[in-house]
Design a protein around this ligand. Structure first.
Ligand code: PMP
Length: 348
């Protein structure tokens, strides 16, 4: 019998959004607008090539990303979704017993991937549904190797501002990697939420994570990346599962980036819908923290399961975090209307 690591038995499960045929799905923060126009054609053209392995270095994608961000290609590392890159960053710097600090609640993959890397998760409670960067800086010890800053934060939707982020970075020792996870960047107000690459990109201990899964509509193809110092990205590439990013994903990402104006237009529609949904939910008496992402957070505490079941009965799938709150993705206007009608009925 192979002896497996007993610590992994304690891993919290990653809970994906439920699949319910015919339902409105507002559970996984995907784009409701489907593929960008050029992507569909590209995918069918490429389908014939899937009997071959992809370019393991993702050369074209890395080049367009480097040009897009105005950095050297050596500073980009691509993975099968930014979740894979999260894991690669952890494997690059965290060993057994090392500590990884993050706000909690935040992206549920952080504790899972930390444990898989052999690290110890240090969860720092949020304050008013937002990352408490002061408490996170205080939680850093001599054993800390990495700190995640999810900005905007999933699932609570709030974001930290420029001053708070740069003050925090000043307090983090140089040998601790700061990973700023900007999965929802495209939905944030640039006047309120800093672009971490512009603000902190020159620091030797900062990696910025981005994904094609949200505003670029490619959640199912799995492609994300980090921008980090070249010494770090070299390690990150070493930890990648060979060929994890398919040729379809690479090419679709290149085409999607070329259509970023359309992606931005769609993100703006989501932001406008977010404002409408927030206003209505607040009018119904829900507490709704100020969202900078493509979802809203309803801190319903013990009522979370009841609200989620009520929505499910009405064929709208939302994402409950039991005892804490419910995350509702912003969908198409008619999908949001279905959610709002259910919310009004629940309030009674
Ligand atoms: N970071 C955050 C904060 C997320 O919410 C998600 C997806 N839920 C990811 C990273 C990972 O996205 P992907 O692996 O699809 O790029």
């Amino acid at each position: 019998m192979v002896s497996v690591r007993s610590s992994l038995a304690q891993l919290p499960p990653y809970v994906p959004g439920r699949k319910l045929p015919g339902a409105v799905v507002l559970a996984s923060n995907e784009s409701p607008y489907g593929l960008l126009p050029g992507v569909a054609g590209t995918l069918s053209e490429l389908a014939a090539g899937v009997s071959r392995y992809p370019d393991m270095s993702a050369t074209s994608l890395v080049q367009v990303l480097a040009a897009h961000h105005g950095v050297e290609p050596e500073r980009i590392a691509v993975g099968a979704g930014s979740s894979e890159v999260c894991g690669q960053l952890l494997h690059s710097v965290v060993g057994p017993g090392d500590e990884v600090v993050f706000g909690w609640r935040s992206f549920e993959a952080y504790p899972i991937l930390t444990a898989v890397a052999g690290g110890t998760a240090v969860r720092v409670p949020l304050r008013d549904h937002a990352l408490d960067l002061d408490a996170m800086a205080t939680a850093i010890t001599g054993r800390t190797r990495l700190v995640f800053v999810c900005n905007p934060n999933n699932p609570t939707s709030t974001a930290v501002g420029e001053r708070a982020l740069s003050d925090f970075a000043d307090r983090v020792p140089d040998d601790v990697l700061i990973v700023v996870d900007e999965a929802y960047r495209e939905y944030a107000d640039p006047a309120l939420v800093p672009d971490a690459l512009a603000l902190l990109g020159d620091r030797p201990n900062v990696a910025v994570l981005r994904t094609f899964s949200k505003a670029y509509g490619l959640a199912g193809l799995r492609v994300g990346y980090c921008v980090a110092p070249p010494e770090l990205t070299a390690h990150v590439r070493r930890t990648q599962v060979p060929f994890s990013v398919s040729a379809l994903a690479q090419e679709a990402a290149v085409v999607a980036l070329g259509e970023r104006a359309e992606a931005a237009r769609r993100a703006a529609l989501t932001v406008a819908e977010r404002a409408r949904v927030t206003l209505r939910l607040r009018a119904l008496g829900f507490e709704v923290p100020h969202s900078q992402a493509n979802f809203v957070w309803l801190p319903l505490g013990d009522d979370s399961a009841d609200f989620a079941v009520h929505c499910l009965d009405g064929k709208v799938v939302v994402r409950p975090f039991l005892g804490e709150g419910v995350r509702v993705t912003i969908g198409l206007p008619e999908e949001n209307d279905a959610l709002l009608a259910l919310a009004a009925a629940w309030r009674g």
